[in-house]
Design a protein around this ligand. Structure first.
Ligand code: NAD
Length: 304
């Protein structure tokens, strides 16, 4: 039986630590960390993510503000809102929720955010700092993956790590973080030939693709640490018998369930440690975003 790595527990510990630091920052410097979010349009998933960010801010005592803009907002209007947040001394972190409507140039928007307030870590300056191992903002989900492993005392140095998925915001930064921790890193993507060869070689297997059951039991080395970043919503009509039975409560209550990219039931008996979906990497993302915002506020207050 693998050890279950609970992102719910670890993220709650992190949030409690942040809460204490916020109290201290207010007491000593009179500064309350603030997060500004820009949400363009009505994408239902984005609305849920933004609501979760607001909730996270409230939990730790941050100021949070969301600028909700209509789906037909122009690029100029979004840039103007970025500038408004950028100038404010009470907003230490700022982010634009992705995806943006197709008429808006995502890169132009992300590049307009000052690297000093870019708590999502998507600005090229922060990506460069990650490569150069300088202090900057690291994207929250990959940072959460490393934080989880450290808190579980999982050794990374010298291990073979395979990262499946090479997106700009998850796979690539995660691979770099593993490399910065001295793992020997293999990065796989949609053009990788013989995925199983690479996954079976992994002492640490991290998966961020968005395809349920991509990783089956025979693709995992005995004793590996398996971190599943994927989030896939499966409705009852798309679920097989095994899943319908395993997640009966979810299907009965919500008509759907969430699974990762790893076939948990097959892989769990082979792994030494594994993250569940839901309740694994997911909750870590908000916790690390809050951590980045706190870091920004501390920098502003001249505390390291
Ligand atoms: P993406 O679509 O940008 O990237 C997918 C990656 O998977 C690409 O690198 C692609 O080459 C690779 N890929 C596709 N098919 C493959 C295959 N058959 N074999 C190997 N590689 C393959 O997605 P993303 O934004 O990186 O997100 C990936 C998953 O992680 C999604 O399920 C997303 O919902 C989830 N996610 C979770 C969190 C969280 O907080 N837990 C945060 C961000 C993303």
């Amino acid at each position: 039986m693998a050890k279950l790595i609970s992102g719910v527990k670890i993220s709650s510990d992190i949030k409690n630590e942040i809460k204490e630091e916020v109290k201290e920052l207010i007491r000593v410097k009179g500064i309350r960390p603030g997060l500004g979010v820009i949400l363009v349009g009505e994408d239902p998933a984005s609305r849920v993510y933004v609501a979760n960010k607001e909730k996270g801010c409230a939990e730790v005592g941050f100021l949070s503000e969301t600028a909700r803009m209509p789906a037909d907002a122009t690029e100029e209007q979004v840039l103007k809102q970025i500038n408004l947040y950028q100038k404010r001394e009470d907003i230490h972190g700022l982010l634009v929720q992705l995806p943006l409507p197709s008429h808006i140039n995502k890169d132009k928007i992300l590049h307009a955010i000052s690297p000093d307030k870019d708590v999502d870590g998507f600005h090229p300056v922060n990506i460069g700092k990650l490569v150069a191992q300088q202090e900057g903002f690291v994207p929250a989900t990959p940072a959460g993956v490393i934080e989880m492993m450290k808190r579980e005392e999982i050794k990374i140095k010298g291990k073979n790590a395979t990262m499946v998925g090479h997106s700009e915001i998850v796979g690539k930064p995660c691979a770099l973080l593993l490399l910065n921790e001295w793992a020997t890193v293999t990065v796989c993507h949609i053009e990788t030939r013989d995925l199983k060869y690479h996954t079976r070689n992994a002492d640490i297997l991290v998966v961020a693709v968005g395809k349920p059951k991509l990783i089956s039991g025979d693709m995992v080395k005995e004793g590996a640490v398996v971190i599943d970043i994927g989030i896939n919503r499966i409705t009852a009509d798309k679920a097989d018998e095994k899943l319908l039975e395993w997640r009966k409560d979810d299907f009965d209550k919500k008509g759907a369930t969430l699974v990762g990219d790893v076939d948990f039931q097959e892989v769990e008996p082979r792994a030494s440690a594994i993250t569940p979906v839901p309740g694994g990497v997911g909750p870590m993302t908000i916790a690390m975003l809050l951590k980045n915002t706190l870091q920004s506020a501390k920098r502003f207050a001249d505390i390291r």
